[in-house]
Ligand binder design. Structure first.
Ligand SMILES: [Zn+2]
Length: 70
């Protein structure tokens, strides 16, 4: 068994690693396109929050009340 192939930690991919979408660090294949599971969770939670923050039904009523308040 060659020691070169024993460890997979030092294997660098030929392709350029994209920066983590969350923190900008080089992403790892395991958590692609993020650098870690933490960043992936952060991005996911942010994405979920984003969708919750844009209620379509509320947007309509809000625009109406703001425009024609009084
Ligand atoms: Zn990251």
């Amino acid at each position: 068994m060659a020691e070169k192939q024993a460890g997979t930690a030092k294997v660098e991919p030929l392709r350029k690693t994209r920066p983590c979408a969350e923190c900008g660090k080089p992403s790892v294949r395991e958590h692609y396109p993020f650098c870690s599971d933490r960043c992936r969770t952060l991005d996911l939670s942010r994405w979920l929050k984003g969708s919750y923050a844009i209620p379509v039904a509320d947007d309509e009523s809000q625009a109406e009340s703001e425009d024609g308040n009084i």
